[in-house]
Design a binder for this molecule. Structure first.
Ligand SMILES: [Zn+2]
Ligand SMILES: [Zn+2]
Length: 118
């Protein structure tokens, strides 16, 4: 038995970052959905950010904690909601021959590589 499964890179967990514009937009949209416009004029997210930045940041952290985990493919950076999907996104199952290190996409081929029974 020479076949050894080739190890895959781990998927990274997406970190929600208020400095990321898309993430901030999502958070702002959530706040604006939850509250009425301030004096009918101002977006609640904007008011909170300016008047009470600490509360704004705290709220962001709570909100980020409530979100589903997102996993990032280590190869292409695509986002997946499932860790296995992210790992398998660009990394097919590969096996390698434990004798010579050659890689195969078929376990049997790796197994047979250096074990030629003559
Ligand atoms: Zn990928
Ligand atoms: Zn081999």
């Amino acid at each position: 038995m020479n076949a050894k499964e080739v190890e895959k890179k781990q998927a990274e967990q997406k970190e929600w970052d208020l400095d990321d514009k898309d993430t901030k937009d999502m958070y702002d949209a959530m706040l604006d959905d939850c509250y009425d416009r301030f004096m009918g004029l101002y977006d609640p997210s904007q008011v909170l950010e300016e008047v009470d930045p600490t509360a704004y940041r705290c709220g962001f952290n709570d909100w980020a904690d409530s979100l589903d985990l997102i996993w990032i493919c280590p190869e292409c950076g695509e986002e997946h909601d499932d860790e296995d999907d992210a790992i398998n996104c660009c990394q097919p199952d590969m096996w390698k021959c434990s004798e010579c290190g050659k890689e195969f996409d078929d376990e049997q081929d790796a197994d047979d590589c250096c074990s030629k029974d003559v």
